[in-house]
Design a binder for this molecule. Structure first.
Ligand SMILES: [Cu+2]
Length: 209
């Protein structure tokens, strides 16, 4: 068999696969744009499965869901999450933790400062960069390095680690996935848990290296 011919075939197959993945991506994006429902997001997740995400990850915030709403990370991998608020009207945050405090669900009394009993980011070194329209950022117990002037990060205190973005805002969070394996929940608790309850939440499964 001719080696050059074999290479040609391999190249052709690769191109075709890239095309198919690209077309599937467009279809899913179109569905999300049309319906914007959590069901569609779940469908997208079923189509693409959940490969391990590493390196650059786009995480979109919509009213009221995240895309993706499920990720798999591996301990020790370097991750750069580019959080982007696609809403034209709503402020959204991104928190990760375990054991959501359901007291605010009762709808009475003062809201507690923390939404999670356990904040994923505690003790985790993380670098923030490229802030655009950041409403506020709460570092809580994370070890944060800020790229550039701290002004644009609007550093605040109280509650869990959370970047809160204005409509159209974005920020990059770079870090090495800490040795905290298992399933973690993430969510947006803006507007007294309404976003979270409406479906603005997801999960991250952290697997061992
Ligand atoms: Cu939100």
């Amino acid at each position: 068999m001719d080696t050059e011919h074999e290479f040609g075939e391999t190249h052709q197959n690769w191109s075709r696969r890239q095309f198919l993945w690209g077309a599937a991506g467009l279809t899913v994006a179109g569905l999300v744009a049309l319906f914007g429902k959590k069901a569609t997001v779940d469908a997208a997740r079923a189509i693409f499965g959940s490969p391990v995400s590493a390196g650059k990850i786009n995480l979109y915030q919509f009213d009221y869901y995240y895309l993706p709403n499920y990720m798999t990370w591996r301990v020790g991998d370097y991750v750069e999450v580019w959080l982007q608020n696609q809403s034209r009207t709503h402020w959204h945050e991104w928190t990760i933790g375990r054991h959501v405090n359901t007291l605010p669900f009762q709808g009475f009394g003062a809201l507690p400062a923390d939404a999670w009993a356990k904040d994923f980011w505690s003790g985790v070194p993380v670098t923030l960069s490229d802030p655009v329209k950041v409403d506020n950022f709460v570092p809580h117990n994370a070890h944060v390095t800020y790229v550039g002037s701290k002004g644009p990060y609007q550093i605040a205190s109280g509650g869990d680690f959370s970047p809160t973005l204005q409509p159209g805002g974005s920020i990059k969070l770079s870090f090495t996935v800490p040795d905290k394996p298992g399933v973690w929940d993430f969510g947006c608790f803006v507007q007294e848990y309404i976003h979270y309850r409406t479906g603005m939440r997801g999960q991250i499964n952290i697997i061992q290296a």
